[in-house]
Structures are given as C-alpha cells and as structure tokens.
Design a protein around this ligand. Sequence first.
Ligand code: SF4
Ligand code: SF4
Length: 621
Amino acid sequence: MGIIEIDYSKCRMSYACVRICPVKAIGVNAEDDFPRIAEDRCIGCGSCILVCNQSAVSHRSDIDKVKMLLGGEQTIVAMLAPEIAAEFGDVTDYRKFVTMIKKLGFHDVCEVSFGVDLVAARYADLFTHFRGKYYISSNCPSVVAFVEKFHPKLVPNLAPFVNPMTAMAKVIRQRYGAQISLVYIGPSVNAMLEAARARDDERTDAVLTFAELRRLFEEYNITESTLEYSGFDPPFGYKGALYPIPQGYLQAGNITEDLLTNRIITTEGRENLIELLRVLDEQMEEVNHHFNVFYREGCAPAEGMTRDISRIVRRAWVVDYTAKRMSQMDWGQWKKDMEEFSGLDLSRTFNADDRRLPAPPESRIREVLKVLGKKEEDDGSSCGNCGYASCRDFAVAVAQGLAKTEMCLTFSLKNRQEYIKTLRQTNEKLAKTQEALKESEKKARLEQQHASEAMETTAAMLQKLPSGVVIVDDKLRIMQSNRRFIEILGREAGEISEVIQGLKGADLKTLIPYPFYNLFSYVLEKDDDVVNRDVHYEERILNVSVFTIRRNKVVGAVVRDMFMPEVRKEEVIRRVSEAINENLELVQKIAFLLGEGASRTEKTLNSIIEFHQNEKKGRTE
Ligand code: SF4
Ligand code: SF4
C-alpha cells in the first residue's frame, strides 16, 4: 500500500507534483489527464504534498491507529524526532510539551536524539577509519529508497546501519520491554517507509507527523497553559538534538569535516541529492568521499510540519534548544546509557529494488522530439519547466508513458498560439459569414415584402376578374378563390365564405358535384389541361378551364357562367369566330364553286360579329 494519495476532486491538473517528483513516480499518460502515482517507484519524499497548492496530495495517516493504541491497555511510548525543536517554537518549555504528549495517553516520551547519538557514534568509526570503501549515509529513508530503486549500483555503498528512529526503537524495547507499542512522532512521512521494513525489536507500530500531533492536541483540547512540567523519559539525548542541521549530525558523532583528513561531504536538498547520485553512479571511484546525505535541506519544512516558518528561525530554535538541554545534562548518566547500548546491534543490509524503466527505442524518442519541435540533439533550448533535466529526458518520459507532450511549456504555448491563430481566422470567417447572412436576410425580407405585396395585388386583381377563379391543392382543398367563383357556387358557398375568407381550406368535393371536381382530379393526376369544358351545374351551364400551376400539386380553374348575358355574347362571338375559322377552308371551296354566294355568306357572318362587338363596346363606354 502506497503512502501518497491524490484526491482527484481537488486536483486542478497543474502537474506541479509530476514536475517536482525526483524519481518520476507520478506520471500522466496519454489517455488520462490526472496525475497517477506509481507506488512501487515512490520514495516517500513528500515533495508532491508540499508543492500541491490545491492540497490534493496527501499521505496515508496512522492517526486512527494511534488513537486506538492510546485507548488500549498496552504501554504506549512516544519517540520524538529531534526536529521538535524546529517545529514547536511556540511551546515555551519542552517540559510542558512532554506533559502535553503524556496527557494524550502516552505512558512515556523518549527522544530519538539518543538514537542519533548512538548511530552517529557508529558513523564516526565508519567515516574516520577508512577500510577501502566510501559510504553514503543511510539515515534518511527517502535517500535509501532512492538508491535502492534508481541507483542500485550504489546499494553496497549505503552505510550498513539502521536509522536513528529504528535504533531508538531497539533501545526503548530493550529498556521498557518487548511488548510495548511505539509511536514515532516526526516531520516526514518517509518514516513510514522505515517502519514498514523494520521487524521484531526494531518495530515502530505507528507514525505520527507533527501536524497530526497538533490536530490531536486540538481535538483533546490540550494546551500548555493548563499543565505542569514533566520531562523526557530516559535515556536522554545529547548532541543528537542537532540532527535537523545536516552538519549537526556529524557534530553529534564528533566527526570533523576536515577537507584533508576525513574526506566527508555533506549534501542536503533534492537537487543536490539527484546530482550526487547521478555522479556517484558514473564516477564513484573518482569521487572518493563519504557522504552525509539528506533529502531535505536542513530545517526546511517537511510535509508533516507547519509551512510558514523560515528555515533560519527553525535553525536558531534547534541550536537554542540543544544548548538548553545540554546545560541541564547529566553527563554521567548519558555516558552510562551510551555504554549500556554500545553493544546494540544496529547493523542493517539493503537490497537493490531496481525500478528504472527500460529505455524506449531511439526511433520513438526522436518521434516525440519531432512532435515537440525539438532537435534530436539537445540544442540548449531546454527550459526545464517540465521537471526533466533536458528535452531528451522529457521525450524519454513521454515515450515511457510517464509524461504528456502538453507538459512541455514551449509545445503548449506554440499549440496555444496556433490555436489562437486558428480561432482568430475562424472568428474572422464567422464575422464575414454573419455579415453575408445579415445581407441575405435583408434581401430575403425585401423579397418577402415584395412577394407579399405582389400576392396582395394578385389577390385584389383576382377579386376583380369577371370570371370565377379557384386554385386547389392535390387534396382538392381550396387554396385561393375569388368572389365571382363563390357567387357562381351559390348562396350556401357565400355563407361559408363569410366564415372562411375565400373558402381557404374548404374541400372542393363538398362544394361542387362529381363531374365538375373530377376535372380537377384529372388535371392533377394527368397534368393535362382541360380547356373550355361545359359543365351543367344547378340548371346552368358553366364553361370551365382547368390548368396545372404546379405539376401534380396545384391546379387552377377559370369558371364562367354561360347564363350571364355578357358571357353569352362573348361566347357567341368566340364560337362564331371558331365556326368561321373552322369553315373558312370549306367556305373558300364553296365560294370557288358558288362564287358570289360564298362571299355573301362571309360578309353576313362578319356583320354579325361586328354588330356584337359594337354592342359590347357601347356597354363598356
Ligand atoms: S500538484 Fe496538485 S493540483 Fe497539481 S496536478 Fe498534482 S495533485 Fe493535481
Ligand atoms: S512522495 Fe516523493 S517520490 Fe513519492 S510521489 Fe511524491 S514526490 Fe514522488
């Protein structure tokens, strides 16, 4: 089970955690935008917790387990990390601080600084009596995990000792009995890694961070002002209290950093550690130094501490606290205790647990570099914003599925610029289209206006026509008809038209008889106009012409009542003209045969036409 978790409901996908992780245990693969932790690669450094400003990253908590232990029957001993001095500057007297912890239910409270004293003494021997091999200190669990998982070649160079927490667990179990439960209270969650690998008398049963200890004080309403003094339980620490300061650890073991004689280098901080392990991996033989190594910079706040206190202030608190403790030390007792535990087995072995990913094929790396717009060889354009040392390292991570190209700032900016450019072009096109749309809308409105004006004119003209006009659809429903048509149909149709203007929508079949409406059906179906067909309707003869307006969809008809006097005269003229035309040839033949007689017949007929035309003209005037 991993010790780091991400709450995806809080995550804003800034990838700050991905960038900071020194071993790239947090990755983002192509299918998923959220960062994912590879537990087997995590070294518990807590950097991701510190860097996430959304508080989306957290660590596993033993707080419930501690509460359960405190509520039980067993003796519970607290082991306090030396960093208490760097964290609880607000507690005016450490003796009150011890009482506060005991008030929670701990039976005894011991200082891990005694464990530091013990382990530092072993380092003094290791570092000052050169046995042909140089060592890397193994006190920091994150450093140990870093070496085991990502620099397995250096595993034999890890100093073969347990760390101060485990050393103290052994001391307390030896003095207080094997059955007690031990709770370590410290600044970092990486103590959980150490606790997880400890067995038997090395065991630590639970780990609490300082932040969690503060939460317990609050929950149980424990404040310094209401309590009396008490003190730490023995054995007491000495210079081990300087452990939060990297050089302080050497001082605890009376190890001098003499450049010429001791060949010891102290390295602190994430970047320096990464650099150191990389160099040692490649050039251990050339470097030839022991290393006193810490993942964090001395007194820098860890993920289990309050964040807003400067390192300088914390350092001063550590020095003040140590000086005060030393001024009250019982030297004789400390020496006796050191003597008592000098034979304690503090040895430890380490195992390579190689978690490096196989190198992707060169072709794939080149492909990614090309997508990023980078040259195959590093051209100095690497900005480091992705969290990788070079563009090539980043391309390798992308190829390994640990990172996404979008994490590259220059790539994202380029993409964004291109996106903005495309967006701008699209916007411009859109604006032009909108303009054109407005224009055609305007035109359409104008055309519609003209059309409706034309419709009105046509409708008005239709009403003025002396003949009946009707237009029907393919269902024989009236779309338009004029007043004359309604008059022709008779009284009943006139009454209907008072309710339905122009009989619009009325079924023609209900208004006229079959022989009449059948002409409409015929034209609709056959698309063959019917011209001048006489139809009997209610004692009258109607002259009907039906014609196609829209093929098989709309037909119109002109209906004339042959009993109307003016129609009758017109019709007589029309039909006589037709008779003249039809018989002209015949007349000519007869004229040829009958001479004058035929000519007279034509004259007579023409005079009848003239008479009727003059009569009509006179009526109109
Ligand atoms: S730093 Fe926090 S917010 Fe950003 S990606 Fe990581 S978990 Fe999400
Ligand atoms: S704790 Fe450290 S190693 Fe683990 S995921 Fe976070 S940053 Fe990476």
